[in-house]
Design a binder for this molecule. Structure first.
Ligand code: GLU
Length: 474
């Protein structure tokens, strides 16, 4: 395949759990390889293992890909709906003497394994059923592929370079189980052939399967595709990334408040590089990605860097990219996105102070919904009788001031000046009046985000609180 051949590749997850970080990165590399070469990205769900595959997990994978906007050009295809294709291929290999029925009992296979281990050898099937004169009665056989006994299987991996296996290390692989279902290595070859895949991109935990698959291609008189095995992802301690490192499902990162664009940028850099640049929008990636530039070495998951990228996208992404995610997070904590500032305004203000959308929405409740009570400590300190006059004076100005952060900032300053008080004497009481507590963005932006009607009502509420308190102590 020349460098300019459009890449036709696929992502082929087994639906036995969520779409985890490693799977999402493989999917991204597949998508990028296809997009950057003008080829196609195919999604195939490998659900032949009926016991371990679940529909929830299929859905979780589809949702994860959708969130990352890794849209397939073809599919999703489901292996469970393609059984006749595998059956036909099994029959063909049987007819051509390239596969055979194996009746060996579990006990016999177990014994073979134990004996090999005792001799310090790698367990392999001994080919016992290759030449059976009389098949035993009453036993459902599996079908095994007759792997070549000698010779070398060599391929040039697009990430790892040349790789070789000796056929003597490979045994006769089961291609069909007793229940008629195909095994992974077989179904994957039949499908990749049928789908005209020219580059298989997958995790390097599959490297050992590749020579077996190449032998199967040859048995089916077909040219194997090319392969690119991408290295695994490690946690910050250098061990393989797993649950104990924190969230491993890609949608869990959505729940934690990350933007899909940040995740895509982060995942791309987790193993792929282009000079020492760190920030890549989707279009940059499509333009620059080449599978050969994926590192051979495993990469470490680094939450700090993801946070940094997330904040970068929160600050710079166009409102249309951020708004749907922000709305999702607001609804998730019971807030109505229509009941407060526009997403772009909120994010513009909060992104400097927050790394995630979760932090943003948690600190933005008062912009979307009224609160019942002032936080007692803050109220005690700031909603005192001395604050009444400045708050009243400001309220009067707010009734018809232009509602922009600039004009609001001026109104606050002018009020403090006219009363000859420092800004703190007005700013902090105002903040507690507006937010219910003492933390918020700058006071002009806080006012702006709260909105005129709510600001006036909340100042009234604060004034009533101050009056009540004065009455109670007076
Ligand atoms: N279903 C396999 C997996 O999830 C696919 C491997 C491949 O891409 O060939 O690991």
């Amino acid at each position: 395949m020349s460098d300019s051949t459009p890449i036709r590749t696929r992502f082929a997850p087994s639906p036995t759990g969520f779409l985890h970080i490693g799977g999402a990165r493989t999917a991204l590399f597949c998508w990028l390889a296809a997009r950057s070469s003008g080829g196609e990205f195919i999604l195939r769900i490998e659900d032949t293992d009926r016991e371990r595959s679940t529909s929830e997990s299929v859905q979780a994978i589809l949702d994860g890909l959708e969130w990352l906007e890794l849209d397939p050009d073809e599919g999703p295809f489901y292996q469970s709906q393609r059984m006749p294709l595998y059956q036909a291929a099994v029959e063909r290999l049987l007819d051509e003497g390239k596969a055979y029925r194996c009746y060996c009992s579990r006990e016999r296979l177990e014994k073979l394994r134990e004996d090999a281990m005792a001799r310090g050898e790698k367990p392999r099937y001994d080919g016992h059923c290759r030449h059976l004169d009389e098949p035993p009665k009453g036993i459902e056989p599996v079908i095994r592929f007759r792997n070549p006994d000698s010779g070398i299987v060599a391929f040039k991996d697009r990430v790892r370079g040349p790789i070789e296996f000796d056929n003597r290390e490979l045994d006769d692989l089961v291609i069909q189980r007793t229940d008629g279902s195909p095994t992974y290595n077989f179904a994957v070859v039949v499908d990749d052939l049928d789908m005209r895949i020219n580059l298989v991109i997958r995790g390097d935990d599959h490297i050992n399967n590749t020579p077996r698959q190449i032998n199967l291609y040859h048995a089916l008189d077909a040219e194997p595709p090319e392969f690119a095995h991408v290295p695994m992802i490690l946690g910050d301690d250098g061990a393989r990334l797993s649950k104990r490192h924190g969230a491993v499902g890609v949608l869990a990162w959505r729940e934690l408040g990350y933007l899909p664009d940040a995740m895509v940028n982060y995942l791309a850099r987790l193993g792929w590089s282009h000079g020492d640049r760190e920030q890549f929008g989707r279009d940059d990636l499509v333009e620059l990605f080449r599978i050969e530039d994926v590192n051979r070495k495993a990469s470490r998951f680094d939450t700090e860097k993801l946070n940094w990228l997330n904040q970068h996208y929160l600050r710079t992404a166009p409102a249309a990219r951020v708004a749907p995610e922000l709305d999702w997070h607001l609804r998730r904590i019971g807030l109505d996105p229509a009941g407060g500032p526009a997403a772009a305004d909120l994010v513009r203000v909060q992104a400097d102070r927050c790394e995630t959308l979760v932090e943003i929405v948690e600190q933005s409740r008062p912009f979307y919904a009224d609160f019942d009570e002032f936080e007692p400590g803050a109220a005690k300190k700031h909603l005192r009788p001395v604050a009444a006059e400045p708050l009243k004076a400001l309220r009067d100005r707010l009734v018809d001031v232009e509602w922009t952060p600039e004009a609001l900032g001026q109104a606050v300053h002018a009020t403090a000046e006219s009363l000859e008080i420092g800004m703190g004497k007005l700013g902090q009481p105002l903040r507690v009046a507006l937010m219910g507590h003492g933390q918020s963005p700058s006071i002009d932006q806080t006012l702006w985000l709260v909105g005129r009607d709510r600001a006036l009502a909340r100042i009234d509420k604060a004034l009533a609180f101050i009056a009540e308190r004065a009455a109670a102590s007076g």
